[in-house]
Design a protein around this ligand. Sequence first.
Ligand SMILES: [Zn+2]
Length: 271
Amino acid sequence: MPHARAAEPLLESDSGLPAARRAIAALGAAFVDLVLPAECAVCAAPGHRLCAPCRLDLDAALARPFRAEHGAAALPLGPGGVPLPVVAAGRYADALAAAVLAFKDHHGLHLRAVLGEALCRSAAVARLAPDVPEAAHALLVPVPGGAAGFRRRGYDPLAELVRALPAPWVVSDAVRAPRGPGRARRVGPSHAGAGSAQRRRRARRWRPVPGRLPAGAPVLLVDDVLTTGATLGALAEAVRRAGGRPVGAVVLAAVAPPADDPGPVTGAGVG
Ligand SMILES: [Zn+2]
């Protein structure tokens, strides 16, 4: 499988930037860590980069991975007309929403370990799902990050999480980001003011570039946050054009609550 490899850093392939620039970006992030006083990435309390109460909240939010496809109307449909199965590590609200936003937008790179472990648990749940038997030997294909986002942050958030997944997970970089503004500018929960229809339109415009996957290879798609499912839809289309077969998806957080959770959606600030 020439385009597949064991889970390892995706920064080089995703960013398309020379190694020297990546090293400078990493040094910049380390410098910010040194000169700014530590504060909690979730609640902004001074003293720790993740305070003990927020760590407990985060652990609780990530304790029960759940199936999230029921809440995403724009997910692609599989055989039998059922939505693509999606396993979410937690619900996109409160502590988890704050942690994901910090990790994506505010140099919360230190959250990589806890969020990466959560993504790993979700992948394990997907692997054991009885209705997704091919997940057990599926390749992982993450939503590719754009070079613009990488330059802004100094790292690619999703690649940072995917690289934390241990063997035997195999990550493929066969699907690349389109040129131009990154996905984060077109779709995603950071756009608090964008309605779901607007996000769907943006995601429809976002077209990742397919490379080549082993013919018919089962693929688990990977994304950070599931909102409408339109981004995963665009990724699924690219995977099919690359020769692969999407069988399910794994996300860090889903806006929709678990099907058995009657509580209101709060804290996320997304529509
Ligand atoms: Zn806190």
